[in-house]
Design a protein around this ligand. Sequence first.
Ligand code: TXA
Ligand code: MG
Length: 322
Amino acid sequence: MAETELLPASQAGISRAAALLQDGALVAFPSETVYGLGGDARRDDSVARIFAAKGRPVFNPLIAHLPDVDSVMRYVGMPPAAQMLAERFWPGPLTLVLPLREGAGISSLATAGLNTLAVRVPAHPVARALLAEFGGPLAGPSANPSGRISPTTAEHVMAGLTGRIEAVLDGGPCQVGVESTILGFAADGGNRPELLRAGGLPLEVLEAAIGAEIAGPGNADPQRPNAPGQLGSHYAPDALVRLDALSATAGEVLVGFGPLRGDLSLSPTGDLTEAAARLFHIMREADALAGPGGRIAFAPIPEHGLGRAINDRLRRAAAPRV
Ligand code: TXA
Ligand code: MG
């Protein structure tokens, strides 16, 4: 493949990105959570190339990104509770797994053959402009090699995928910094969601909107895999990772939080929003500081609000490597 193009988030850059996608090419795009690796979700060839570029196992399905609730309804059925959440939190860092409509035209590679589809309406203005101009469902896993640290800048995407995709649309650093919260509705075909992945929209906010607790593997038992494919080691730097550290042992790079100072800090003021936004960037910095064969220790992060998503990513970064 020719060199990966770095496109500015101008009208010209967005039009170029949309034209490439319409041609079946792969374009990484900014979202408010992390950068996505975009390809036409209706085309088997494009979706197959997403899996190949990431080295992603094909049993792990992809999220379809769409510009608004109306376009989402063309692809999936929506129980009333899902509709309520969609109206309230879209565009935003929420993904809903819903029953796929028959004949919707989504590549069965994108859904890994499931009869459900994960859908999301992103809030980032560049993603919205791209979706409007592309005019279809955009498959978009995080734009990183499978298992590695998710990208929150165009430079991160280039570092992992250059030469493997046609272009990266540069929309600057992502504001939220961790992936979307995933709720599943499909399990009993009913109205009650379960948490499949903690993410950028805090569980407490969703529970308040629903007026009930939200259960699920991603909530009840953080040791168990949640969404398919999210097994074991993920979001992994090169260095080995230790959690809930109150101090560094010899040779470790310590990442602090709040009053616990480290070599680096997720947030010196103990602000979880800041910590989420910086998480993947700090993981990369700590990895570089630790060097080959190095080790990173993370200070404890409270398990509420965005802390739930941060801890989920840290636990996977610390999971045994296969
Ligand atoms: O914030 C995000 O969600 C980012 C941005 C780019 O939108 N995307 C992202 O995609 O994180 P990815 O592929 O890295 O993670 C999607 C997760 C995977 O764990 C996958 O297993 C799950 O969504 N998933 C996709 N379709 C599913 C389905 N039908 N049922 C259950 N889980 C599903
Ligand atoms: Mg990912």
